[in-house]
Design a protein around this ligand. Sequence first.
Ligand SMILES: Nc1ccn([C@@H]2O[C@H](COP(=O)(O)O)[C@@H](O)[C@H]2O)c(=O)n1
Length: 590
Amino acid sequence: IQSSAPEAVPGRLRTLPLGQLNFLHTTDTHGWHAGHLQEASYGADWGDYISFTQRLREKIEAEGNDLLLVDTGDRVEGNGLYDASSPTGKYTRQIFSQQNIDIICSGNHELYKANTTDREFIDLIPAYGSNYLASNLDVIHPKSGERVPLAQRFRKFKTKNHGIKVTAFGFLYDFTGNDKNSFVQKVEDTIKEQWFQDAIKDRSVDVFLVAGHVGLRQSEFSNVFKAIRAAQWDVPIVFFGGHTHIRDYVKYDDKAYGLESGRYMETIGFQSVSGLPSRKHDEKKLELRTASYSFARRYIDNNLFSFYSHTGLDESTFPTEVGQNVSAQITKAREALNLDEVFGCNPRVLWMSRVPYPHKDSIFSWLGSRVIPEKAIDDHRKDYPRIIYANTGAMRFDIFEGPFTRDTTFIVSPFTSGFRYIKNVPFDIADRLLKVINDGNNFLGLSHSLLTDRQLKSPDQINLTQDYVASSTQNQHTTDPEDPPLTPGYTTHDDAGDDGDDTIHSEISHYQIPNCIESRVNINEDQNSHESQEETVDVVFLDFIQPWMLEALRMLGAEYTSEDTIPYAGGRSFTEMIAEWVSENWQGDC
Ligand SMILES: Nc1ccn([C@@H]2O[C@H](COP(=O)(O)O)[C@@H](O)[C@H]2O)c(=O)n1
């Protein structure tokens, strides 16, 4: 654990439903390998997770059972530990790869930038060898320049104790925002390929393991499920998903379940399956394919109280040597990167989605009313009327009250996106742009199949179809008055019910946030009628959303191309602007 991490708060815990074949799952860690230094529920670091894995393995193997580890990508971008180094990830790959992982695959963030993909190929794939799977992903080999699979397509292996035969795949959803040195083949095309068809027809397999940087309820996984079921009706399947940043557990049928384990090292996912044959101990059972299997899941809050409780250990018996070394390496890396350097002092918490938008405590209201109008300024166009657009997915995390550090800049917005603009767009068109982009019926997606609006917002908003408002009168206690009071946290509802979270928490509200926000600057308009004296305005937008802006303009009858867009505000990144604004405006004492 990092010395500045808050101590875990004891809570009422549900135990781990250990079984014959057990899994621990991480996804979308996004560089948060130091853990959460301002939130007690998620304060454990990657070194603690290594100790937890080693200790849990001892416990599981003492019973003759098996434990496998899975990671489903997006390990990079989103925290200073990864983003603040030059080159990015200088420390994290070495830190991360000290965890033994049995099945690992790539997320979309490993592919946004060519250099990230090259480092994945050069550093991480050799560390994990045949455990790294890339069922639908090719890259340009960094040395030979040839197109090659990023890693092997699938893997067959036997578990250590029961000798259970596993066939595993590693998919990425149908991502299209990758750089030029990678190629993502659609999942629906991949599953038609001969190697996949052969792999799923193998009758000797005991369990299919489908790992993927794919939301559990996305069509990519239901297509894989249908393909496997068309080949084999009776083999159990365990899915491990990612990308949508939520805790989720899905029942595909009574022999197929999927687990998604949140984001940012907040959650260590646990899944178990029992009823599988034990090839080492009980050869007779091998014919019992139709035996009833049992599946279970748990979402573990990433903190030492949970880790100690689930392993039955304490401060002195829990840490392992490797785990402690990795924690020390994280501390050193954070120091080398000067991540605790304070840029300003935030007077009050700003939430991504715990309050509606607009709201005085909304991060998007703060950006739209202060940061963007005050910092997104181009010296040559500063007196022109303009409307500035930012997608809400550009923001990644809440900003807590207190020190806003170098680390915070990357936590809030790790992207290097800057602004571009189109000159002199008719006001009556620009005036309607936001409505088109935020249309709840995915208007843009209908006109252009690649431009779904889900790509504009934060991943945890993708499946949120209505506001979730925590009851103000909710019980702050469990039914047992002896239990400690509940702390706010995850209260997950999934296909198996409401009892998935290991820690019993009080609820947190989660509001729907629009795809994009706008800031209007130098525009004289009647607030009620929206009538303006301006005939034209500059339309300024984050470069990431350019394809959506051009499509929305086209739908409003204004044809522009990428040639018409020009860098704005000297090409400075949005993240730099936020950091500057904080340095200039939040100069109190923390
Ligand atoms: N330059 C970028 C890149 C991505 N985004 C936003 O992030 C979303 C993807 O998040 P994952 O962690 O799930 O990969 C994407 O849909 C965008 O909303 C961005 O704003 N700018």
